[in-house]
Design a protein around this ligand. Sequence first.
Ligand SMILES: Nc1ncnc2c1ncn2[C@@H]1O[C@H](COP(=O)(O)OP(=O)(O)OP(=O)(O)O)[C@@H](O)[C@H]1O
Ligand SMILES: [Mg+2]
Length: 391
Amino acid sequence: MRKFVQRVLDKLPKLDREQIYSLVSQLARENEQLETVLDSLTHGVIVLDKQDRIILYNKTAERLLPVVGSDVDEKLVWSVVGDEEVAEFIKKSLDNDDRVEDKDFTLGAGGVARTISLSISSLVQHGEIQGTVVLVEDVTDRRAREARLRRAENLASLTTLAAGVAHEIKNPLGSIGIHIQLIQRALKAPARLDRKTVRHYLDIVSEEVDRLNRIVVDFLFAVRPMDARLEDGDLNKVIGDLLEFVHFELSEAHVTVVTRFDEGIPTLQFDEKFLKQAFLNIVNNAVAAMAEGGTLTVSTRRKGDVVEIDIADTGIGISEENMTKIFEPYFTTKDFGSGLGLTVVYKIVKEHGGEISLRSKEGEGTTFTVSLPIPQKELRLLGWKDKRHGV
Ligand SMILES: Nc1ncnc2c1ncn2[C@@H]1O[C@H](COP(=O)(O)OP(=O)(O)OP(=O)(O)O)[C@@H](O)[C@H]1O
Ligand SMILES: [Mg+2]
């Protein structure tokens, strides 16, 4: 409460009628001013009490989120919100005490589809939760802009990929052409036909066809939207399983594995199959970089609202010039590399809302760091534990 009001309230028994009248009209004026401010906001604001009943609903909220009935005051919020999907979502979030940030819904009011974004957070006063604030924003234009930008980016990376594919298929196609000509020439002189040579030519053609096929399959994997299914999972276990899976190969390559798993990391949401693929690609690169053997150190740790995974090798390292290129499709320094390994890793990490970075020094080794976001509900649990342990 504002100090001025408190002071006047303290003196209330001593005030005469006129003073009380003037005080009430001043408060009414201020209240009206506040209402005008609230109604002019571009955000819709809905304030709920602890029982989820509406105590405030500004004009923008009314416009963006149509309600059923004319008077919404003190009604349960989900019983008056006109859109069934939104109403159900709000009810579920409030029941579960979920904080929500920017959840999009498409509403089709009046034949024009609009996208609104909902955020739900607690209304805290004097350190105690007094209710809930629901913010509603019209994000139709912003989302359209973002989609345009994404399409442009996709197109740009598609162009790079397509150029890469064109480059990749040139060699096998050339080789197939040459060997077919050789076979035709051999067939023209049946008397001198050397079956063994022709079979050899055919083998080469067949190998090149396999190569073409692999290029196309890899290309499709790199460009197709990934249908990642994110599920709760234990990251340490997934990495442990993967290292177990490549155990034989690593010992053959004289690579010693050191793991430093933080057992306290929270449950994360990921698609196990894709994440394993990403880590496998990084591990394969690390092994390839340690031709004479070395040490592979894999560690996990929580850092703020993400979990970081380090995969470090003691291999040849990456030159500064190449560091900017390694995620590009088809960039490879290997004789038989496709150069798509890290492109796929990047795509998988992004699909999980994560980031990837690296440090490297030529002759010393390389460390790739993947960071994956901790889900909201786990963060809330962690916040609670941190507080209890005075972190
Ligand atoms: N740990 C590492 N140490 C040194 N160089 C690396 C490492 N990881 C990646 N690189 C460099 O990045 C390049 C691109 O890696 P990427 O995995 O995309 O393709 P690739 O390994 O060459 O081929 P592919 O993975 O398709 O077999 C590699 O050729 C190599 O030069
Ligand atoms: Mg690779």
